[in-house]
Structures are given as structure tokens and as C-alpha cells.
Design a protein around this ligand. Structure first.
Ligand SMILES: [Zn+2]
Length: 101
């Protein structure tokens, strides 16, 4: 993968994290955020190149299929996937908490 493509993907990922509210949906932490699929997914992120993965995440973001989890919540086996309703509520809160410039 080219250097420019890599830089694009990195920036796109940072932007996506901002768009998703910039914090873990479960505990509000902003440390080591991961893009999570609360309803599961039918593809393997590890099998895609980083930039392809980010493009896919962006599409899923537009469809409301991804959210942010911090490393701790992501690894917690007690952590159950969100219901669609909880997810929509948190997504709305994240959007409303954005500074109204
Ligand atoms: Zn968390």
C-alpha cells in the first residue's frame, strides 16, 4: 500500500472516531478506542488492507452499524452487544453533545 494511501486511511480513521462521538459508548473513555460492530459483522477486518477496512467502516458508519469501544470494554467478556435501540440512543446523544458552532 502506498504511503499516501496509508496517510489517507489514518486520517479517515481519526475522522471516523470523531464522527462516532470520540468516546467509548459504554463507559465514555477516550483511551484506545476500537471500532466495534454491536450487531456483528459478516466480514473479517484482518483480511482487508487497512485502507479498505477504513472505507468499509465509513460505509458502515453511514448505515449505523458501528460504534466505539475502549480497549477495556472491548475485551470485557461480560460486555454484551448493544440492542439496536440502545445503540440509536447513544448515537443520538453523541451527535447532540457535539459543540454547536
Ligand atoms: Zn469503555
Amino acid at each position: 500500500m502506498g504511503k499516501r494511501q496509508k496517510e489517507w486511511a489514518r486520517r479517515a480513521k481519526d475522522q471516523l472516531i470523531v464522527d462516532l462521538g470520540g468516546a467509548c459508548v459504554l463507559c465514555g473513555s477516550d483511551v484506545e478506542l476500537h471500532i466495534d460492530h454491536p450487531f456483528g459483522r459478516d466480514w473479517q477486518p484482518r483480511k482487508l488492507e487497512f485502507s479498505h477496512r477504513i472505507s468499509r467502516y465509513r460505509q458502515e458508519y453511514k448505515m449505523g452499524l458501528v460504534c466505539l469501544l475502549c480497549a477495556e470494554c472491548n475485551e470485557d467478556p461480560e460486555n454484551k452487544p448493544l440492542s439496536r435501540e440502545e445503540y440509536e440512543t447513544q448515537r443520538k446523544q453523541a451527535q447532540e453533545s457535539e459543540a454547536p458552532y
